[in-house]
Design a protein around this ligand. Structure first.
Ligand code: SAM
Length: 230
């Protein structure tokens, strides 16, 4: 998968994509990430990327032209991609969206800053995504979240595909509790069923735990699942 990220803070991405599975995916050529500095596409000598809002109000708004020119340069170099603007006004990011995005070959993210982007930017993208109902200082952290969620779904990025299939949200439920050694930590013991060696029993226990924890913490997910099955 090809990923391009447009930002006015390219330094922000210096290390997050050099770690762990993302670094390995890049090494294995499963993933290629380019970071683009929107400021380089500003035409004035001060490299301005923001301006005061029409109609007044506090803060600055990101200008449309440098973003538009940067998007054109990205697609001229790397080909057409699925363009996503990061904004708290976008549709809320979910595992389902991550799955849809993971089937695309080329994703392009536009990170806003300040009071956000000139509304006309949204004419030039395919999607608007929010990572949750809160306001960040910029889209960079949101881009990292989405890149992590999406790229781990690409075949070969995570060691065993089964570990991705079993996870929270993948089957519409929260995941069952996981344990590793030691068996007894300060009196907190691993449930006996997990050391029974009876795989059928373990599977059943995990399924029930999954249902139980989802019922307690995220009844909305169970409702959604019920609606899907109906
Ligand atoms: C301070 S925010 C602008 C918020 C804007 N004034 C509003 O109320 O909708 C600056 C930038 O951070 C990013 N951002 C903030 N919260 C976000 C979220 N929940 N999801 C995705 N991006 C977000 C967007 O790119 C946005 O343009």
């Amino acid at each position: 998968m090809k990923i391009d990220i447009l930002t006015i803070f390219p330094e922000y991405f210096k290390t997050p994509f050099e770690q762990s599975l993302i670094a390995k995916a890049k090494e294995k050529s499963l993933l290629d990430i380019d970071i683009w500095d929107i400021r380089q596409f500003s035409k004035d000598k001060h490299k301005t990327v923001d301006d005061i809002p029409y109609g007044g109000g506090c803060g600055m708004v990101m200008k449309v032209e440098p973003i538009y020119d940067c998007l054109n340069a990205v697609e001229a170099k790397n080909g057409k991609g699925y363009k996503i603007a990061l904004t708290p006004k976008g549709k809320r990011f979910t595992q389902e969206i991550a799955e849809k995005l993971s089937s695309k070959e080329h994703l392009i993210f536009v990170c806003g800053r300040y009071e956000g982007m000139d509304e006309r930017v949204y004419h030039f993208v395919d999607d608007e995504i929010s990572i949750g109902d809160y306001v960040l200082m910029g889209g960079e952290a949101a881009a990292i979240v989405i890149v992590e969620a999406v790229t781990r779904l690409i075949k070969g990025v995570v060691g065993k595909d089964k570990s991705v299939e079993d996870e929270t949200f993948t089957k519409g439920l929260l995941e069952y509790p996981q344990y590793t050694r030691p068996y007894d930590f300060l009196g907190y013991k691993v449930p006996d069923v997990l050391i029974s060696g009876d795989h059928k029993k373990i599977e059943e226990w995990r399924r029930l735990q999954s249902l139980e924890i989802t019922k307690k913490r995220r009844p909305d997910l169970l409702k959604k699942l019920g609606a899907k099955d109906a």
